[in-house]
Design a protein around this ligand. Structure first.
Ligand SMILES: NC(=O)c1ccc[n+]([C@@H]2O[C@H](COP(=O)([O-])OP(=O)(O)OC[C@H]3O[C@@H](n4cnc5c(N)ncnc54)[C@H](O)[C@@H]3O)[C@@H](O)[C@H]2O)c1
Length: 402
């Protein structure tokens, strides 16, 4: 037992501790935001979500459980409580498992490196032993800085750099007193094998390896469907995102979807797609130069008109399961970002972006919302939580229920 009061301590957008009570409430609130199940009762389809503890993968897990009644496996990479608290994803996973159990859904969570073959073996064994040896859905939502190649042991590192020439962008930071500043930062262009390294981490290689691994073990059901998360984003961030090193990885991911789609279509009557989602405040996205400013301005323009990840993932599940027809763009991608890329919205954001300064930013962007979103990633600024009360931090990883 280890009860204590947890104060938010941060360096930039990174917090050193997370709040178990707040993380649990975030998960509860996401579950509440899901509309009624499509087909209540009965045994749901078997799903594997990779990256299940945060951002879009957490939304995929919760929307899948609450809307579709999935059962299956979530995989993520989180740190247990020790001297510091556990990571927020540790606590969110405990909370998600509790809700799954309450709703009679058999969901097992595994903590470890999804890129390694040991995790693939463990998942394959679990599918065979516990889930009837048939996987219906795989959602791939990993965002990671590094990947170790299981064949060679080589470690690849992903970088966020423009391609061709350096890129100067406005960016949003908060000073020591929390006051917002709009600054310029310059990022040098990719050099050496930066592009290949980033593609090796964030492209489609590991997704394809998962599908091949499970197919070789005959664990994919007829009609097996898989989706990986992608992003296009605004012209304002294109140089650092879609035309940058990470964009090369996303193009690789999308090309992988086309190859996999053909293969799965022929072998199982199955499908592989990418799902292009909208900008959201996550631990990964706040690391991208300019994205904090962009998202804050987007919220300033759209307010509650922004669709949160949980709402987008309900739409994705509805399309994947056939509750709604699968709506693909010319390049075979599900598009859940059309509201973000709407030209009227983009023009309004671009106008605000061009005039944004440290003095005007509070009027142009919704900074209260943005700061709270960042804090909520760690379980802080969650309505209904008493942050002066001591809370148990020693939460154990959810054991599979019998
Ligand atoms: N955040 C956005 O604005 C946005 C928009 C559109 C698409 N996407 C895409 O969604 C996907 C997920 O991004 P996010 O922003 O939700 O990220 P995130 O940082 O919120 O979550 C990443 C998840 O990956 C897991 N993970 C990281 N390394 C792992 C490893 N080695 N093994 C197992 N699990 C690991 C983490 O535990 C976590 O569950 C990415 O493909 C991203 O490009 C993000």
């Amino acid at each position: 037992m280890s009860e204590r009061v947890i104060a938010p301590k941060s360096r930039g957008f990174l917090f050193l501790d997370s709040h178990p009570g707040g993380c649990r409430q975030v998960v509860d609130d996401m579950w509440q935001a899901v509309p009624a199940p499509v087909a209540p009762g009965g045994e749901g389809p078997v799903a594997l979500v990779i990256g299940s503890s945060a951002g879009y993968g957490l939304a995929a897990t919760i929307a899948g459980l609450a809307r579709i009644g999935i059962r299956g496996i979530g995989v993520c990479f989180e740190k247990a409580p020790a001297r510091r608290t556990g990571t927020a994803g540790w606590y969110r996973t405990a909370a998600t498992a509790r809700l799954a159990r309450q709703h009679g859904r058999d969901m097992v969570f595994l903590n470890g490196d999804a890129f390694g073959d040991a995790m693939k073996e463990e998942v394959a064994d679990l599918l065979a032993e516990r889930f009837g040896g048939r996987l219906d859905y795989l959602i791939y939502s990993v965002a990671a800085p590094r990947r170790t190649d299981p064949d060679t042991g080589e470690v690849y590192a992903s970088v966020l750099k423009p391609v061709g020439s350096s890129y100067t962008t406005k960016t949003l930071v908060f000073d020591q007193d929390g006051a917002p500043e709009v600054k310029e930062v310059t990022t040098a262009p990719a050099e050496g094998d930066d592009i290949e390294q980033t593609v090796a981490v964030m492209g489609g290689t590991d997704w394809e390896r998962w599908v091949t691994f499970l197919a070789d073990r005959s664990l994919l059901a007829e009609g097996f469907t898989t989706a990986a998360l992608s992003y296009i984003g605004s012209p304002l961030t294109a140089a650092i995102y879609r035309q940058g090193t990470i964009g090369a990885a996303k193009s690789h991911l999308e090309a992988t979807a086309r190859t996999l789609d053909e293969r799965l279509g022929k072998t199982l009557g199955g499908r592989a797609v990418t799902s292009v989602n909208a900008a959201a405040v996550t631990q990964s996205s706040t690391a991208i130069p300019g994205i904090a400013l962009y998202v804050g301005l987007l919220r300033g323009v759209l307010g509650d008109g922004m669709i949160a990840p949980i709402g987008q993932l309900v739409q994705l599940w509805d399309q994947l399961t056939g509750a709604r027809s699968l709506d693909l763009d010319d390049e075979g991608r599900v598009r859940l970002d059309t509201w973000e890329l709407d030209p009227t919205v983009q023009n309004a954001v671009a106008e605000r972006w061009s005039t944004a300064t440290s003095d005007s930013i509070t009027d142009l962007a919704d900074l209260g919302w943005f700061s709270d979103e960042v804090r909520r990633l760690y379980g802080f600024s969650v309505p209904g939580i008493d942050y002066t009360a001591a809370v148990e931090t020693d939460v154990s990883w959810p054991a599979p229920t019998a």
